[in-house]
Design a protein around this ligand. Structure first.
Ligand code: SF4
Length: 620
């Protein structure tokens, strides 16, 4: 079935497609059930006491389903004992076994746990099967999977068909490459077997560490399922999102990018931290991505088959081919002696009064309210006025320099369209309301598209959340999806003290980087760790970050094992991968270039490799 008809605009299916219900132990996922939060243990599954403790802590934090690494029979036996103990203690949280490669292990896991996750990229395809012709590989996987379906039907076990961008099977790679379409087709091959066997207890996921790919692939999958009348619930997640603020922002923009369209039944946030910390983050993403079902046009003017940035004409350094810009207020407090702000800097600074104009950093551009602008006897050369709806009429005869036009209600767009149709050099600033920001933005972009406006668009919002994590996640969920869709030419985020202009620049830069619109610093892709991890991933990631933080614009992956690490680090420039106890493989792109380096020498070897590749500079 071709993809004709979905090249432009989100088809009606997005937002209207509904999932069916799947039972995982005592938990119902999909249909009208609430969004479910899940996670994965980072322990060696065979260490039953440790695993048990982590599952208890996860369940107490609100995790509704826990997945454990299951490399072999010993892990499976440990899982059986963990599950028994949990039930004895009255902890009903369902358990999932994460199985790679081994169909016989997946068969055995059915009945022992509540759900079995398999990866279509490697299910039944070991090194010896890699050379199979595509049709033979498909046939073999289908046979194995049919057996698993029979077994799961007997035991009442659910299945997750969990596709990863970085580990697609050879036959999918040959046909589609590592594209969103390849990911969606990889899942569809397995889902068609479920549909033909009338097996409904299946959940599906398409994950990537690239948020844009993850959103595109999942939308495409929903569209394909809709065309083939399938309603399997969706598990959402951004793989190897990393840690700290970057990990939270990346997870929020990717997951919210789908949740705001009503896609997603269960979510997992993957952080390179204690998995218990993932739970509050996931809950916040769920809260801030909820929308009013009856509101919003859901008609964002975007293509989801091929990513495209909204076409605009450039005004100053916004829009056109320029990367999105950042606007912040001005830092009135002096930076303490000896300290300096080394974070990203804004492109424009907003001065709320004439007095503040003096605070604009040298060489930077400024914005002032229109009333202030009018009162200036001498107009500074790189300062531009911000007009709100009270002054739209003044634009009609505008002969001056570029300006910013603020939109505070959807009704402002048709008014502006009448005035701006002569391509006035205006940058639109959409000011998001406190509530229903997503709905308002959708309507605005729809109207902008309908009126044929090609002006750059900046999103502005003032947040009042006192908790920094709340603010960060809310801003990511509200603005990130529109950045991901290529509709945004800049961000202007504000908050209440102590959230200041530097924090706003850092958050805005994080969102633009997580949505792949602009790269401000290195991107660290690190796995959340699991029972396969061969070193302390948090410590090693911190060391790699420390070693390379002065470099710029690189994607650096730190992965805990060779089983999934190389595949899942996807498009990293460099990879640091656990190869065995105390041993590391170093990757350049997808190639392992230095193997079995003793861990204590690995950072130095990474430096040498980067030097050889022309990416290393000595820190100042
Ligand atoms: S890369 Fe390996 S160690 Fe890291 S989470 Fe994936 S399977 Fe576990």
């Amino acid at each position: 079935m071709g993809n004709e008809g979905i090249k432009t605009g989100l088809p009606d299916v997005i937002g209207n497609w509904k999932s069916g219900e799947v039972q995982v132990g005592s938990l119902t996922i999909g249909g009208t059930s609430p969004l479910r939060i899940q996670s994965m243990t980072s322990t060696d599954t065979r260490q039953t006491e440790e695993t048990l403790q982590q599952i208890r802590r996860l369940a107490e934090a609100g995790c509704e389903l826990v997945r454990c690494t299951t490399q072999g029979k010993r892990e499976l036996r440990a899982l059986a004992s963990v599950r028994k103990k949990l039930r004895k203690e009255g902890v009903p949280v369902p358990l999932a076994a994460d199985v790679h490669y081994l169909p016989h292990l997946a068969l055995e896991a059915a009945g022992v746990v509540d759900k079995v996750r398999i990866n279509p990229g490697n299910y039944g395809i070991g090194p010896r099967q890699q050379a199979l012709a595509p049709e033979e590989a498909r046939k073999l996987q289908k046979e194995y999977f049919t057996r698993l379906i029979h077994r799961c039907r007997e035991t009442g076990t659910a299945i997750r068909v969990g596709v990863n961008h970085g580990s697609l099977s050879e036959h999918i790679m040959q046909e589609y490459g590592d594209t969103p379409e390849g990911m969606a087709e990889s899942a569809m091959e397995f889902l068609r077997v479920c549909r033909n066997r009338q097996f409904p207890n299946v959940i599906v996921s398409l994950k990537s560490s690239n948020t844009r790919v993850m959103v595109q692939a999942t939308r495409l999958l929903v569209w394909k399922m809709w065309r083939e009348d399938m309603h399997y619930p969706l598990h959402l997640g951004v793989t190897e999102a990393g840690e700290g603020e970057d990990g939270r922002i990346k997870s929020a923009v990717g997951i919210a990018g789908l949740l705001i369209d009503g896609i997603g039944d269960t979510i997992r946030v993957s952080l390179t931290e204690d998995p218990v910390k993932e739970i509050p983050v996931a809950k916040k993403i769920a809260r801030y991505s909820l929308r009013m079902p009856a509101q919003g046009s859901r008609k964002r003017p975007v293509s989801f088959l091929e990513w495209e940035r909204r076409k605009t004409f450039p005004v100053l350094n916004a829009g056109g081919d320029h990367p999105p810009v950042l606007i912040t207020g001005l830092n009135e407090e002096k930076i303490p002696a000896g300290g300096k702000n080394t974070g990203p800097s804004a492109d424009f600074f907003f001065a709320s009064s004439e007095k503040q104009l003096a605070l604009i950093p040298p060489g930077k551009a400024g914005i002032v309210p229109y009333v202030c602008w009018q009162s200036l006897a001498k107009k500074p050369s790189r300062v531009y006025p911000l007009l709100d709806s009270r002054h739209y009429a003044d634009m009609a005869s505008w002969k001056g320099k570029p300006f910013f036009a603020e939109v505070t209600a959807t009704a402002d767009i048709p008014r502006l369209a009448d005035i701006l149709k002569s391509d006035l050099p205006a940058i639109l600033v959409i000011r998001l309301p406190d509530q229903h920001a997503v709905e308002m933005l959708e309507e605005c972009f729809y109207l902008i598209h309908e009126h044929g406006l090609g002006n750059p668009v900046i999103l502005r919002k003032k947040y009042s959340e006192p908790d920094p994590e709340d603010l960060l996640i809310r801003a990511s969920c509200e603005t990130g999806p529109f950045c991901l869709d290529g509709l945004v030419d800049g961000l202007w985020l504000e908050g209440e003290k102590p959230f200041g202009p530097d924090d706003a620049a850092s958050l805005g830069a994080g969102i633009l980087q997580a949505t792949r619109l602009r790269m401000y610093h290195n991107e660290y892709i690190s796995c959340p760790s699991c029972g396969r991890t061969l070193f302390n991933i948090q410590k090693v990631t911190a060391r790699v970050r420390e070693k390379t933080r002065h470099l710029n614009g690189l994607r650096i992956a730190v992965m805990g094992c060779m089983v999934n690490g190389p595949g899942e680090m996807a498009d990293a420039d460099y990879g640091y991968v656990g190869a065995g106890p105390g041993k590391v493989h170093l990757y350049r792109k997808k190639q392992p270039v230095l193997k079995n380096i003793p861990e204590e020498e690995a950072l130095k070897a990474l430096e040498e490799l980067m030097r050889k590749e022309g990416h290393w500079v000595d820190p100042a």
